[in-house]
Write a protein that binds this ligand. Structure first.
Ligand code: GLY
Length: 415
């Protein structure tokens, strides 16, 4: 099977490692990739534009496109590729909208009785402002409706902060049209859990649930990021909780997919808050999580291309996933200043000279072969061990072997 992987982050490097292990891969291509992915696959393009991806896929006789990030899916990559007979692991527009529009996903949850926080929808700045003037409970969560590279959520602790966020989203349009409509929702308290499912719309195969650490700094301080570390399996995961999530959430999604004719083939990421009233949905994403994928996939025993093939051919019924009885941990090494402004192009020193002992996220290889930083989340140290603490220790020990100017990580992942 000829496979084309789309994406350039740590998530995609983790997927690439798993694809490389597969017995089913003939030729393995990537667009745009990163140095880690390039050590495993042939890079055949540098733009994540849907028409170009499909043209390259045809040129290289690709059988399956695996899409890591959400943007191409929301833009219709799967629809366009399917029109020329190429399968995509990742939903078509009708499924990607679960991440592409927070308004759509909230309305879907209301319609199908899926537990989530109470919310209001505003498409007009003055009306949203008047609502904030009257609101008495804080914090409140303000979400841009569309995609905003993980930055479109503001937890406002005061009315002033809420007004500021509304102005930034709806008037200043810092996320363009993505912020011209907003969801304003109640703040939920509890522990977060990332529950990911491989689904063909009818069968939902749960992946091992993971814990993601979204705040930038140790002690859950600082702004939200894409994720500064993760571990799996999640501490709170047990059969009882899994059944509760299945009964209250997954069963309802399945009903909704059927009623709305949503043919979803890919990963559905269900971000949960484990509240005192039970699990509630924080968000849906239409793709693997980052950095959750980095800890989930090393524990998966199945051939990943077999899993993807079953999914895109809607043959998941009766198929089983098998998991290593182990724990995995991931610690993100980020560039100073992230998630705000940060420098790029810092040379990275790999003290043991093994750059691919790490998962590459925001790195680039220069013409002279040196690897430099090129993003906010630069490298991930991932380790698997027989206990959670051993996996965390090994991941932190690995981080000792790399450095660049301004590098920082959280020191409390898994604690
Ligand atoms: N780690 C959160 C996400 O992938 O959306």
């Amino acid at each position: 099977m000829n496979v084309l992987l789309i994406g350039s982050g740590g998530r995609e490097h983790a997927i690439a490692k798993k694809i490389k292990e597969s017995h089913k891969v003939t030729n393995f291509y990537a667009i745009p990739g990163n140095p880690g992915i390039a050590s495993l696959a042939t890079i055949i393009g540098d733009k994540q534009d849907c028409s170009e991806i499909v043209a390259k896929a045809q040129e290289y006789k690709v059988d399956l496109i695996v899409c890591g990030p959400e943007q191409p899916l929301v833009d219709g990559l799967a629809d366009m590729a399917e029109a020329v007979g190429i399968k995509v692991f990742g939903p078509k527009k009708c499924g990607a909208i679960f991440e592409g529009s927070k308004i759509y996903s909230k309305q879907f949850m209301s319609k199908y009785d899926i537990p989530t926080s109470d919310y209001k929808i505003y498409r007009n700045y003055e009306e949203a402002s008047r609502y904030i003037d009257k609101r008495v409970t804080y914090p409140v969560v303000i979400k841009a409706d569309g995609l905003a590279a993980g930055k479109g959520v503001k937890i406002a602790k005061t009315p002033e902060e809420a007004h500021e966020a509304l102005k930034l989203f709806m008037v200043d349009k810092i996320f363009g049209e993505s912020g011209s409509s907003v969801v304003i929702e109640d703040f939920m308290t509890g522990e977060e859990m990332s529950a990911l499912y491989i689904t063909d719309s009818k069968t939902f195969l749960p992946l091992i649930a993971a814990k993601d650490y979204k705040r930038a700094f140790t002690g859950d301080e600082g702004d939200n990021t894409g994720g500064m570390g993760s571990y799996a399996p999640h501490n709170r995961l047990n059969d009882e909780l899994r059944k509760e999530i299945d009964d209250k959430i997954i069963k309802q999604i399945r009903i909704g997919f059927a009623k709305e004719n949503i043919d979803y083939r890919g990963v559905l990421y269900v971000g949960l808050m484990l509240t005192e009233e039970g699990p509630k949905v924080v968000e849906f994403n239409c793709r693997f999580g980052d950095p959750e994928t980095q800890v989930i996939l090393p524990l998966l025993e199945n051939d990943i291309l077999e899993v993807f093939s079953k999914c895109v051919n809607a043959k998941l019924a009766g198929y089983e996933l098998h998991w290593k009885q182990a724990y995995s941990a991931c610690v993100v090494l980020a560039a100073g200043g992230y998630p705000g402004h940060y420098e790029k192009g810092m040379p990275i020193t790999f003290k043991n000279n093994h750059p691919y002992d790490f998962i590459h996220a925001g790195t680039k290889m220069k013409d002279d072969g040196t690897i430099v930083t090129s993003g906010g989340r630069v490298l991930n140290a991932v380790a698997v061990a027989s206990s959670k603490s051993a996996a965390l220790t090994a991941a932190y020990n690995l981080l000792e072997k790399v450095t660049f100017d301004g590098a920082f990580c959280r020191t409390d992942i898994g604690k």
